[in-house]
Design a protein. Structure first.
Length: 184
């Protein structure tokens, strides 16, 4: 894993600094060297079966037309080696590129504020409900809703993220949950 990301790249993304660390991977502030745009690159920690399944679920969900103002945008993904100063590591890593949410995790935002005033709490909850409804309308169950999986963009708009445990379902009641995040 990348400790100090100075000089680290994966494909055409320069990893600037670590933003957070989760169960399956770490998120990095990155710069897309092809267009100089800032983005977030999530580098998965392991290359085992469980990590691959989580990676594939996030990709499948991201490619399912989840274009909504309160859902983080998937910009790319792949499997490659992390390079430090041009020298490639010996192993591959899975990675996902998404839009940058410069105000970080909603959990940290709420905690740092010591809670939210009613108006802000209602606004954030309304944005989360809007995202969840949209996801459900696409027959996807997120299955890991928590403030740690919600991020805030530069305008403090909530963005639902981390679809690694997502499942597609069929039927009006969602009773036919698929085993993989793919076609039911």
């Amino acid at each position: 894993m990348v400790s100090s990301s100075s000089g680290h790249t994966i494909e055409h993304y320069k990893l600037i600094r670590q933003l957070g660390d989760g169960q399956f991977g770490a998120g990095y502030l990155a710069q897309d060297t092809s267009n100089n745009n800032k983005c977030c690159v999530k580098v998965f920690k392991n290359m085992d079966e469980s990590t691959e399944k989580t990676f594939k679920a996030e990709i499948m969900a991201g490619q399912s037309g989840l274009n909504h103002e309160n859902i983080i945008k998937l910009l790319g993904a792949g499997r490659s080696q992390i390079c430090k100063n041009g020298k490639a590591s010996k192993t591959d890593s899975y990675y996902i590129v998404s839009e940058l949410c410069s105000n970080g995790e909603a959990f940290d935002f709420v905690q740092d504020a010591g809670g939210l005033k009613d108006h802000y709490a209602r606004t954030m909850f309304k944005q989360l409900c809007s995202a969840v409804k949209f996801v459900h309308d696409k027959n996807i169950a997120h299955r890991d809703l928590k403030l740690e999986n919600c991020f805030l963009d530069k305008n403090v708009v909530l963005k639902l993220a981390d679809f690694g445990l997502a499942k597609f379902y069929a039927g009006a009641s969602g009773s036919k949950l698929s085993t993989e995040c793919g076609t039911p």
